[in-house]
Design a protein around this ligand. Structure first.
Ligand SMILES: Cc1cc2nc3c(=O)[nH]c(=O)nc-3n(C[C@H](O)[C@H](O)[C@H](O)COP(=O)(O)O)c2cc1C
Length: 190
């Protein structure tokens, strides 16, 4: 079993990356393979609404000059995905949005490619907006017929400078419980 995680923060070693690692550590403890991808290491272009994914039905985005098609393939092969974003102006980062729009549209246009896979979101803020961002990411999973595990709180954490998240005790507990519940759910579904 495998879970692929996508970090939507341009700070590749920032709080979101660290929070995702907390979830993945719990999955690893349960024997689940994981991969963490920092999507901001390379440019990810936004959806241009050309509709080619709906016409071609080849499980690909027609834009071939970034790594989105590789990400689609990774999600297709995985049992679960995890998407994390910092909060920027009350919402997810532009890079996370580009991932979600294109991944989601290709998936839906090709007979719900990600149907019944497990999906989980997390969001990190300095002060406000994490809950809204968490809800936004979950919308991808729910419209894609995916299954969403819960935790002991909504999957949000607090931090400003990279590393601050390690001081958010309740945040860390929430992320670790999410990892444990995600592992439990993946095993039940397998
Ligand atoms: C452009 C920008 C906008 C931000 N907007 C918000 C915001 O609306 N609410 C908030 O609480 N924090 C906001 N922040 C702070 C980040 O969410 C916070 O520093 C977070 O820990 C960054 O996560 P990272 O270390 O994974 O990049 C903003 C940061 C940047 C750079």
């Amino acid at each position: 079993m495998k879970v692929v995680a996508f970090n939507g923060s341009p700070r590749v070693k920032g709080n979101t990356h660290q929070a995702l690692e907390m979830v993945l550590e719990e999955l690893n403890k349960e024997g689940i393979e994981t991969e963490l991808i920092d999507i901001c290491k390379e440019e990810l272009k936004p959806c241009r609404a050309c509709g080619a994914c709906g016409r071609n039905k080849d499980s690909r985005c027609i834009m071939n000059d970034d790594r989105l098609n590789e990400y689609i393939q990774k999600v297709k092969e995985a049992d679960g995905i995890l998407i994390g974003s910092p909060v920027y102006f009350g919402s997810m980062t532009a890079q996370t949005k580009a991932l979600i729009d294109r991944l989601g549209y290709v998936g839906m246009a090709n007979g719900y490619l990600f149907k019944r896979k497990v999906g989980a979101a997390l969001a990190i803020n300095r002060r406000a907006g994490a809950l809204c961002t968490f809800d936004e990411i979950n919308k991808l999973f729910l419209i894609s017929q995916m299954i969403v595990p819960g935790s002991s709180y909504w999957n949000v954490g607090n931090g400003t400078r990279p590393g601050d998240i390690t001081s958010d005790e309740e945040g860390e507990r929430t992320f670790r419980t999410l990892g444990q519940n995600m592992a439990w759910l993946l095993k039940k579904l397998s």
